[in-house]
Write a protein that binds this ligand. Sequence first.
Ligand code: PMP
Length: 432
Amino acid sequence: MSDLLPRHRAVMPSWLSLYYDEPIEIVRGKGNRVVDAEGHTYLDFFAGILTNMIGYDVPEVREAVERQLATGIVHTSTLYLLRAQVELAEKIARLSGIENAKVFFTNSGTEANETALLLATYARRSDQVLAMRQSYHGRGFGTLSVTSNRSWKNNSLSPFNVHFLHGADRHLPQFSGLSDADYIKVCVEDLRHVLVTAVSNDVAALIAEPIQGVGGFTMAPDGLFRAYKEVLDEEGILFISDEVQTGWGRTGSAFFGIQNHQMTPDMMTFAKGLGNGFAVGGVVARGDLMDAPHALGLATFGGNPVSMAAANATLDYVLDHDLQSRAAVTGAILIGGLREAMGRLPVVGDVRGKGLMFAVELVDPATGAPAPELAARFMAETKKLGLLAGKGGIYGNVLRMAPPLTLTDEEAREGLGIILTALGTINEEAGR
Ligand code: PMP
C-alpha cells in the first residue's frame, strides 16, 4: 500500500468518502479499462460516476485537446468570441428539441443546476420550487435545497421554498400493486394537491432527474413526467430536466433521459459525460428564459477552450458511432442477464435500469430489508475480480453501474460474468 492514503487523510476532508477499505489510485486508462498504481486492471463499470462516457485515451478527444493546447490558449473568458463554444451550443440546441433553444456553459453539474434555478426563479419571480423525493442535484446553496437525500443534506437552509413530489418511489408500501398507469394517476393527484395546499400561485419550476442517479437509479414510469408537465403547463410552471447522468444516449431508448417520457422540458442541465472527463456543464433552455433581462451568467469561467474542444470531440464521437444504439444493445445484455439470474439470488431485491444505467438492489434474504453491508461486500468482491462498480440509494444498498457507452458486447458479457460471480459469492455467504 502506498503512502498516499495517510497523506490524503491528513490534508483532505474526512467526508470525502473513498471507495474500498484499501482505496485504489487510478494511474492509467485505455478503452473501457483503468489500471491502478499496483498494476491491477479493472473493467470500469462506473466511469468516474458516469463521466468517462466514451472510455479512456480516445484519440479523437486527445487530438482535439492537443490542437487547442498548441494554440497557447487554455482560457479566454466569456468576454470574447469562441468558435468551439458556438459550435457546441448549436449542436446541443438542435439535439435538445427545445424551441429556439439557447445554451450557457458551466464547469460542473452543480453550477448547471444553480444556473437553471436562477433562470427559473427569476423568470417566474418566485422562490417556490418543486423537486422529487430521493433527488440529488448538487451541493451548492440552491441545489442542496432541491436535493432530497438525508445523507447528502447536512443542513436544510434554503434560498427556496421547496416541496418534494412522489414519482420515483414506487417501492413504498402505499403504492404496492399499482399498475404504471394507476401510479401515475396517484402521483398526478398528489401534485395537484400540493399545488392547492402547499404553495401560492406562482411556483417557479419542477426540477427532476429522469432516472435518479445518487438516489439509486430509481425511475419514474415512462410517461409520468409528461403527465406532470401537462399539469404544470396549466400554470406556466417550468420543467427542468437534470440530465447530468441520463443525457447523451445513455438510456439507449432516448438521447436525453426525459425524452423517454415523450415530452420536451423547458430547460435541461448537463455535465459529466459531455467532456469525457474535462470540466464542462451547462444549461440548454428556451430562448425567452435564457434571454430574460438581468438573468446573467452564473460565472465567467464556463466553456473554456480546452473543455469545449474535448466536448465537441466527445459529442461528435457519440453521434458518429451511434452510441445510443450501442447502449441499448449492451444494456440489454446486462439488464437481461441480471434479471434472468435474479430468481436464483435471494439477496437481489430488484434489478432496474435503462440502457447502460442499471442497478441491483441488495436485500437481506430473510427479511427483504435493505442490506448495505452486502453492497460493501459486493464492492470488495468485484474489486478483486477486476471490475469497478458504484454504490448508492438512500439506504446505501444499491449497486449502481454505468460503463462507458463504448462498452463492447464482449465486455458487457465479461462484466456480467464478474457481477454474477460476486453476487453468487455474497448470496452464498448470506445464506449460511
Ligand atoms: N445532478 C445530478 C443528477 C448528479 O448526479 C450530480 C453529481 N453526482 C450533479 C447534479 C452535480 O454535478 P457535479 O458533481 O458535476 O457538480
